[in-house]
Design a protein around this ligand. Sequence first.
Ligand SMILES: [Zn+2]
Length: 192
Amino acid sequence: MTVFTDAAPGEQFALSGTEPGFDRLHGIPTVALGEESDRLLALGHLTDRAVLAVTSAYHRRIIGELIVPSHELNDLIAFGTHRVHIRAVRAQPDEDDCPWYVDDAASSHPTAQAATVIHCEWLEREEIRAASACPACTRISRSVKFGPGDAGWASYHRCQHCAHRWLPPVTPLPQRSALTQTLEALSCTRSA
Ligand SMILES: [Zn+2]
């Protein structure tokens, strides 16, 4: 089958994991889908273990967030993970932010590709910040979570040891906007 770079607009091509938007996470080509990057599309039918590894790596490396334990995380494999078959199509120029999109395909179709769709929008996450020492017991925290606290609703560090909550030191985070821009550039708005 045709590769992305040779495909005409509207033509189906074989996804190799090197197309615009893909990252390699634990060796598995993965791309975020949706305007809010609410789903991950990984090539192949992943094992449960690989689903968790890819989801964690995507949040940590690409958007700088930690996945934290939650009911939603417990349900990620059973309810949030779908092993499907897809066909990839090169988009019309200027039609989409992303130069390609995927449609569902019958598994019996000769050009269908196996893929795993991971719905990650409901997962509890904490933003990764510079390390900060707990004012009460000096343990280090790198993650923050938005919630109520002494200074109102804000992103607080929470000590794993003594449960003390404190505001992160005020530091400029110029890389934050660059990360956001990169994420937006990587997001494919057509649904799987
Ligand atoms: Zn503490």
